[in-house]
Design a protein around this ligand. Sequence first.
Ligand code: GLC
Ligand code: CA
Length: 577
Amino acid sequence: MKYPHHNPLKSLHWWKKATAYQIYPRSFYDTNQDGIGDIPGIIEKLDYLRDLGIDLLWICPFYQSPNDDNGYDISDYQAIHPDFGTLSDVDNLISAAHQRGIRIILDLVINHTSDEHPWFIESRKGKENPKRDWYIWRDAAPATPQKITDEPNNWESIFHGSAWEYDAHSEQYYLHLFSKKQPDLNWENPEVKQALYGMIHWWLERGIDGFRVDAISHIQKKHGLPSLPNPNKQKHVSSFEYHMNVEGIEKHLFDLKENAFSPFDIVTVGEANGVSAEDALPWVGEEDEQGKSGVFNMVFQFEHMTLWAEEENRDSFNLIEFKTILTRWQNALEGKGWNALYLENHDQARSINTFADKTQAYESATALAACYFLMKGTPFIYQGQEIGMTNHQFTSLNEFNDVSANNLIKKLKEKGKTDAQILHLLNQVSRDHSRLPMHWNDQAYAGFSTVSPWIRLNPNYLEINVAQQQKDPDSILNFYKKLIRLRKSNLSLIEGRYQLMLDDDPQIYAYQRISSDMTWSIITNLSGRESKVDLDLSSLGECVLNNQTTNNKNKKSDFLTSKIAPAYCAYVFVKKN
Ligand code: GLC
Ligand code: CA
């Protein structure tokens, strides 16, 4: 996307100062003993969130849904799935949160609906149906001897397998970039947009404070839906190139902004897979002199995560690459846009396992926390991250719940992979890791419910849980609280410019946040070995926060004199300029 940007007007919106927390409601807290987290469960935990220092919640879908993709397959946007409660529970949640100064954004899933949505039920009735063109239907491709299938093109679904599903009744295929129960809406059809905008207004008028906008970089498909290049003659090609951030998407995005979002004073966060720092301004740019601005207030960029690259084993974490990517985003948006900062969400394995070392969980969790949290942007914490929840060790392929994992298992088996190989892979990357129930205490079912939960529990709730960490001043939870309070009480940590230090150091992630009156220096060792830090530490001012405790495995550090940074350490310095 091309979009000119000069001399932005800077304004300190509430959402820039906020600390955000993501809730996967099914696994957060169950109040009616059915083993499923619910909306009253969120209300009950608002005081916990307030005490943590949260002022913005992103809540994953709780709408009516057949749950093929746990609620991301919506069959009624304006109804609540009975597992979660009722519309009046939602109204109560909004007012209970607002009473505590916590704002709420909901998940807006508008790339696709469920195949059980009334729009799709109509659409699949036949070629003449008025809603036929609300989705993307195509004839079978003419069969030729060279053709491997007669599907309209060779795209693979993001959730593996074909992106096309044949409907025998109407004798055409429909496109689904995600599961076959998530048909893609046709954004070229103005009626679809009007229907979606009406639904968006309905939610905004209920008093929510904005949206996290799901899979929005996929709404535009490459014109003509051509097949992807296929040198290896595969049945389906697993590239997103023809349906992710492709040319023409901007007209839909600006239309969405103008007609659905702009009349309201809200915050919007786009899920922007495939958007790079170089083309970020049309997505998140702040108002310029001509009064033009990007579509969203923030985006979740994907470059530092390997989401959907599920087939690749994650051998080692490359810190230099991680620093390069995050620094590129920090620099690209400096004074022009705003970052959403995150290391975890409901689509990712736990960050301690992915980026650090679960055998040094306290050190890993707190060093990662200090590192990402104090960058410039709005930090998001995913439920359980604040207590250092880790991945689960699955022992069999039939233990996975996620539709994407199950499709991947099928595909890899067809490719000849052994069960052990697939299990090894999913134990690193499965989305189920982060969807296991929240650990509230060491009682039955981790205090999540009084009955067996909808999905297995990680047995390590006995050691890793909220109740235990609340009692321990040196816990991960209390470190997060300190970080949140530090950021909240220092405007320079919100507005200050980011500056990377020790760019080429393969173990240390160090950066500064510089404002007119203060310079903060954040030094973390994101490796499992100690490392000499090549900086004049005495020039950095006072050390106001670190993750060294008397009971962690590292010796109480003499970092300042020796300059030896222990494995997974974090130090935050500040000085007046
Ligand atoms: C987004 C969501 C993910 C969901 C997918 C399809 O990537 O984060 O959980 O499965 O979209 O809606
Ligand atoms: Ca429940």
